[in-house]
Design a protein around this ligand. Structure first.
Ligand code: F6R
Length: 286
């Protein structure tokens, strides 16, 4: 895993979008993994701009969303199906027939989960998965303590996740209690992961995902494979230094004289120095 700390959300969006655009230019029929929430909005904005300018064509891709609330019809605004359509499918000009979101309104939820896994498999698996991370470290809606081998299933949202997401609902009581989410095992099957996090509120979650592997930190799972990338916007200095220290396996405050633009060193990772060597990043790195 590699953690790149950037000055602001715009840089994060541009860098992550460049990685995704590169994947699609290499493989126009790529299968994308989509996340909702605030974190990936900059990515979608940048991709939409390139599509609008004609330098990127996403119309041959397929896509699978990570998660959905249980009990909210797909055509209602807070549903993730509606969000994905509004913020991703339309502006990025994806083919709506090739974009799937878990069905949180199915009569047979368990059957729908199994069918979703089969659909991902039938599409050949996800080539590149976009991920955000919750303040408590959740990935998709895999809350802390989720099994690392889990597949798409119904989960209960943690109280802090419901509180965080209350901003998308008119009243707190309307926030669903349950969701359908791809499992950590499903997510880890993706060939590449791009996780974006912005703001001091995410620093502890990013740091936990970079430290010792624990089931209480779903993001830690992403270190178990080589192609995972972390993208973290610059946060408040103390939070930033915590995340960076964790990435280096150091206690905060013990780091000496090394550039901030560095990343996790882990025996299983594919470490690429920021700002050189990786052609995808040249065009957008600050
Ligand atoms: C959404 C998802 C969640 C969000 C997380 C962060 O599809 O998978 O894990 O990425 O809740 O949400 P934001 O970005 O709104 O802070």
């Amino acid at each position: 895993m590699e953690i790149i700390i950037l000055p602001d959300a715009d840089h994060v969006g541009r860098l992550a979008a460049a990685v995704i655009a590169d994947e699609v230019r290499r493989k126009p029929t790529a299968v994308l993994g989509l996340a909702t929430g605030s974190s990936p909005l900059g990515i979608y904005r940048q991709l939409a701009q390139w599509v609008e300018e004609g330098s990127l064509d996403l119309s041959h891709t397929s896509a699978f969303a990570l998660d959905e609330y249980v009990g909210i019809a797909a055509d209602r605004p807070p549903s993730y199906a509606a969000v994905i359509h509004r913020e991703v499918v339309a502006p990025l000009r994806l083919d709506p027939d090739r974009v799937q979101v878990p069905d949180g309104h199915a009569r047979d939820l368990e059957g729908a989960c199994v069918a979703y896994e089969e659909a991902i498999r039938a599409a050949g698996g996800v080539d590149i998965q976009i991920l955000g991370i919750g303040g408590n470290g959740h990935i998709g809606f895999n809350e802390p303590t989720s099994s690392f081998t889990s597949r798409t299933r119904v989960k209960t949202l943690a109280p802090e996740t419901r509180a965080d997401n209350a901003r998308f609902f008119e009243q707190d009581e309307q926030v669903p209690i349950h969701c359908v989410t791809q499992g950590l095992g499903t997510i880890m099957d993706a060939r590449r992961l791009v996780l974006v996090a912005q703001g001091a509120g995410k620093a502890d979650a990013v740091a936990a995902g970079s430290g010792p592997t624990a089931r209480t930190a779903p993001s830690a799972r992403s270190r178990a494979r080589p192609a995972a990338s972390g993208r973290a916007a610059r946060t408040a200095p103390s939070a930033r230094s915590r995340a960076r220290s964790a990435a280096y396996g150091r206690t905060p405050g013990t780091r000496t004289g090394r550039a901030a633009s560095s990343m996790a060193a882990h025996p299983q990772t594919d470490v690429v120095p920021v700002g050189r060597a990786h052609p995808t990043w040249r065009s957008c790195h600050p």
